[in-house]
Each structure stands twice: as structure tokens, then as C-alpha cells.
Design a protein around this ligand. Sequence first.
Ligand SMILES: *[C@@H]1O[C@H](CO)[C@@H](O)[C@H](O)[C@H]1NC(C)=O
Ligand SMILES: *[C@@H]1O[C@H](CO)[C@@H](O)[C@H](O)[C@H]1NC(C)=O
Length: 327
Amino acid sequence: MSTYIYVVVLTVSALGGSTVASELLRRPTNVRLTSHNMNLVLRWDPPEGTAGGLVYTAMYKSSVPGYRIGCWNTSSLECDLTPLTISHFGNYTGRVRAQLGEESSNWAESNHVTLDTDTFIGSPTVSLSSNGATLEVSIQDPVFSISTLRNVYNRVTYNITYWKKGQNETATSIPDKQQNRLVLSDLDPRTKYCVQVQINTDRNRNPSQPSSITCESTANEQETPWVAAMVAFVIMAVAVALLVVAVVYWKSIYHFLCPKDALPPHLEKSLLEHRNSNMYLPMESPVEEIYHPIRIIAGDRTVEEGYALEAAGSSCSQHPDVIVEER
Ligand SMILES: *[C@@H]1O[C@H](CO)[C@@H](O)[C@H](O)[C@H]1NC(C)=O
Ligand SMILES: *[C@@H]1O[C@H](CO)[C@@H](O)[C@H](O)[C@H]1NC(C)=O
């Protein structure tokens, strides 16, 4: 019998390293390995009926065989294994023992955790903005300790639930939404709505924690401040552009409307000479008039026919009205 106990003590001692395993020192209790947002933390409670002064050593095992050290001689009741995790998809187990001086307890093992399927996905962050009688919902994924939600899961969908504030029983759910932005448009104007969002993934056992409830009022139906502002801006821009063009090119515009060009001297002279001739007398009876179109070319501008010249001249009154006749 005593030989048997001796062998047991030797074996445990060999397993536990330099310290002597003691049945007097009990194991930590309630050892649990948990994961929130892809972290990995081993937690435990102190052994029953022990005083203070205990320290703990925590180890972990992944798919790779053999335990590795997580935390040495810690007085804390938890050990953060996140920095030591190798794979998003790994399967982990932890164990912990208590130590008091040279004495140490047996190991107490934890549950298994497969990170991607077991991690508790935290709540998304939801923000709302109203635009007329619609609400735009923007969803931010929870931040993961390692990697990101969309890197870990191939398929991420949002279950968006909304209701008129105070009328939870009339809630509408939009499940399986893949975009993290959407517009709720079947809403009443000037009404407060509340929105809550939950994340579902392809491999995790549970949906995420639901987001906190966010509420926002819709505005008036007609009210579209964004569109109104855009239209006002465009009108202003066009007006300013026209004003600038008018100022910069004023000279050219003025010259276009009021040409300075004189008639060719010989033509003017001939006109003056014939001022008193009978061609200017009022005509008693309709006489057939023979006109040839003449063309006056000045710079980059062409005035065709007497009629056009006359029209242009009348608005500036610098030129006498001109009628050119060739017989
Ligand atoms: C942990 O504590 C034991 C016993 O006090 C000691 O022998 C060992 O060296 C310590 N280990 C570390 C890493 O501090
Ligand atoms: C979406 O959320 C609502 C409210 O929380 C719930 O009743 C419904 O079952 C969920 N649907 C899915 C597909 O998760």
C-alpha cells in the first residue's frame, strides 16, 4: 500500500515538474475556457476551502499535441491565451493548477473550444440617420481580437428588426441582409423608429449578441434637405459662372452687339452723292426692286444682307439705317 502511494506521488511529481503534487492542496474549480470576439481566455475559481497566498500555473493545448505554458505563477484567476493562439480555426483546451510554496495541486482541465464555431460574437454597432420619411441604417461589425469577422466567416448576414417606438409587438424583421447599409423606406413621416441588429454567420453555433436598441425619428415626407441644397448650389454656381463670363467678355459682347465697322468709303460717298436723287423719294407705286445681297466682312464677324446690318445697328444707334441698292 505504501509503495503504491509512493509511486503515485512520484508520477504526479514527474508530471508536475519540480514542485511536489499534494493531495492537501486542492485543484482550482470551475475551470472554463471562453472566447469572445475570437479571444481565448482560461478562467478558474480558487480551490474550495483555501486561504490566500495561492498562485496558479495555466497551460493550453491546441490541435498540436502536448500542453504549452500559458501563464506561470500568476495570482490572477485568469490567463489570457489570445496572444498564443495560432489558428482562427484551432481547437483548444486549457488546464490549471494551484501552488502554495513548494506544494502544487493536480491539474484541473477545462472544456474544449473551437474558436470559429464557439466564440461569442459581440454586438454590432448600429447608427441611424433620417432622410425625409426614410431611415438609413449603418452597421459596424464587432472588432475581433485576432482577424476580422469577415475574414473568419465566409458568410455574414444581418438580421435587422425595426418597430415604431413603443409598439414592439409590430416589429418587422429583415433577415439575411448581406450589406451593412440599408434604407428603411416603408416608414411613416415624423415617427420615432427603433432598430436592433443581430449577426448570423455560416459556422458559428450562435447568432451574435443583439446590438443595443437605437431609435431615430423620421422627418417630413417632402423634406429632402440634401436634394434642396444640391439644387440651390447648382443654381448659384451657374449664376456665378454667367456673371464671371459677362464681366470677362464684356468688351467682346458689346462689340458683337454694337459693331463699329463703317461702310466702305466709296460706298458711303456714293450714297451721299445720291442723297437727293430720286431713288430716295417716296415711291408712289410699288416698283419692282432689284437687290443683290452684299456681305460686309469685318474681323471674325460676318453680317449678311442689309436687313441684318440694320437690325444690329438699331440697338446701338451709332449708324444711320442703311439701305443699299444697286441698279
Ligand atoms: C514559479 O514558482 C515556482 C515555485 O515558487 C518556482 O520554482 C518557479 O521558478 C517559478 N517559475 C517562474 C517562471 O517564475
Ligand atoms: C431575427 O430577429 C428577430 C428578432 O430578434 C427574431 O425573431 C428572428 O427569429 C430572427 N431571424 C433570424 C433568421 O435570425
